[in-house]
Design a protein around this ligand. Structure first.
Ligand SMILES: NC(=O)c1ccc[n+]([C@@H]2O[C@H](COP(=O)([O-])OP(=O)(O)OC[C@H]3O[C@@H](n4cnc5c(N)ncnc54)[C@H](OP(=O)(O)O)[C@@H]3O)[C@@H](O)[C@H]2O)c1
Length: 321
C-alpha cells in the first residue's frame, strides 16, 4: 500500500482508505464489519473514515470495537460532524456547542483520546465561519483533534475558510472530502485548482459509485441479492445512479478493465488515484473479499490511451457540474 501526504501537512494517509457509511451498524452485522476492518489492516490500509451520523451513531461504535487491540499509532482515524445526531436544535450544524459535544461523543464511541482528522461534513451557512474555525482550532489545541478538514465544500467556501484561518492565526484546513468517480467529476473545474493552491488534498468518496462501476447492475435486470441496491438504507442513496444509460455505458468499461489487467472495481479506484490532488480513495465494502480485491488498485498507473477510452465510453453519462 502506498501512502500520500494529506495536503500541506505532515500526515500520511494510505492511498486507499476504508469507510463504513451504510455498512457498519446498518447493512452488515458486527462480525462482518470486524472482518472488513481486519482485511483492510491486513492489506495495508491505515486510514479509516466514519461520521457521527452514520447508522444513527452506531457506525462509530462498531468501528471503535473493530479497532480494539490495534496499536493506535498504526492507523489514522477520521470522523465528521454536521448532520443531526439528536432531536435538539444544537444537535446539528457547525456551531461551537455541537462541534465540541459531538467531538467528545465520537471520541467515546471510537474509544480513543484523539481523532487524526475531524471534518465538517457539510458547510453551515447559519453559523459564522469564524465560530466554526475557532471551535475546530480549540479541539486541535486541546490535543483532541490533530488536523481539520471539510467535506463537500465549494471552491469559494474553501477559499474563504483558508483566508480567514490565516488572518486569525487558526488551524488550517488540510483536506476536502467530495464525491469523485469516473461518473461524478464535479470537483475538477474549481475545487481541485483552488485546493491545489491552498495545499489541500481531496479524500474522495464513492470511488466505485457505490458499486455501480463494478458492472454488477446490468441494465434491465434486478439488482443482485445482498447488494446495496437491495438494502433499505442503501437503495435510497444508490437509486439515482441506477439509470439505464449509465448502466449500459458502464458495461462498455469491461474490455477496458480487461486490457488493463484489472477488475472493474480496481479500474474505478485506480482512476480516481490518477488525480494527484487526491490523497486517498475511500472504499466501502460489505464483505472482506471486496476490500482484498479493491486494494489492488493502489499504485496502479493508467496510461493516457486507456483514460481516453474511458472518457469515450462514458462521455454521455459523466456529471461535470
Ligand atoms: N463525506 C460524505 O458526504 C460521504 C458520503 C458518502 C460516503 N462517504 C465515505 O466514503 C466511503 C465509501 O463510500 P461508498 O461505500 O459509497 O464507496 P464505494 O467504494 O463506491 O462503494 C462501496 C460499495 O460497493 C460495493 N462493492 C465494493 N467493492 C465491490 C466489489 N469488488 N464487487 C462488488 N461490489 C463491490 C459494496 O456494496 P454491496 O456489496 O452492498 O453492493 C460496497 O459497500 C463511506 O464509507 C464514507 O466513509 C462520505
Amino acid at each position: 500500500m502506498k501512502h500520500r501526504r494529506l495536503g500541506r501537512s505532515g500526515l500520511s494517509v494510505s492511498e486507499i482508505s476504508y469507510g463504513n457509511w451504510i455498512t457498519h451498524g446498518d447493512q452488515i452485522e458486527a462480525d462482518a464489519a470486524t472482518a472488513c476492518v481486519r482485511a483492510a489492516l491486513d492489506e495495508g490500509i491505515t486510514t479509516f473514515d466514519t461520521a457521527d451520523v452514520y447508522a444513527g451513531t452506531r457506525a462509530e461504535s462498531v468501528l471503535g470495537e473493530a479497532l480494539q487491540g490495534v496499536r493506535r499509532e498504526s492507523y489514522e482515524l477520521f470522523t465528521k460532524v454536521y448532520w443531526p445526531t439528536g432531536p435538539g436544535e444544537n444537535d446539528k450544524g457547525l456551531g461551537r456547542k455541537h462541534i465540541i459535544e459531538s467531538a467528545h461523543a465520537s471520541l467515546r464511541r471510537l474509544r480513543t483520546d484523539h481523532l487524526d482528522l475531524y471534518q465538517a461534513h457539510r458547510y453551515d451557512p447559519t453559523v459564522p465561519i469564524e465560530e466554526t474555525l475557532r471551535a475546530f482550532d480549540d479541539l486541535v489545541r486541546a490535543g483532541k483533534v490533530l488536523y481539520v478538514g471539510v467535506s463537500e465544500w465549494s471552491a469559494a467556501q474553501i477559499s474563504d475558510a483558508v483566508r480567514l484561518a490565516s488572518e486569525l492565526g487558526l488551524d488550517r484546513i488540510i483536506s476536502n472530502q467530495p464525491q469523485y468517480s469516473m461518473l461524478w467529476r464535479t470537483i475538477e473545474a474549481d475545487i481541485v485548482p483552488v485546493s491545489r493552491k491552498a495545499g489541500i488534498s481531496q479524500i474522495v468518496w464513492s470511488p466505485i459509485a457505490q458499486g455501480v462501476l463494478t458492472g454488477k447492475y446490468p441494465p434491465g435486470q434486478p439488482p443482485p441479492a445482498g447488494s446495496r441496491a437491495t438494502g433499505e438504507t442503501g437503495s435510497t442513496f444508490i437509486s439515482r445512479l441506477l439509470r439505464d444509460d449509465v448502466l449500459t455505458a458502464v458495461q462498455e468499461l469491461r474490455p477496458i478493465a480487461a486490457d488493463a489487467g484489472l477488475s472493474m472495481a480496481q479500474l474505478a479506484v485506480a482512476w480516481v488515484l490518477q488525480n494527484d490532488n487526491v490523497a486517498s480513495a475511500i472504499i466501502g465494502a460489505s464483505r472482506p473479499e471486496q476490500v482484498r480485491e479493491n486494494v489492488k488498485a493502489a499504485g496502479v498507473t493508467l496510461d493516457t490511451a486507456l483514460l481516453d477510452r474511458i472518457d469515450d465510453v462514458l462521455a454521455e453519462v459523466v456529471t461535470r457540474a
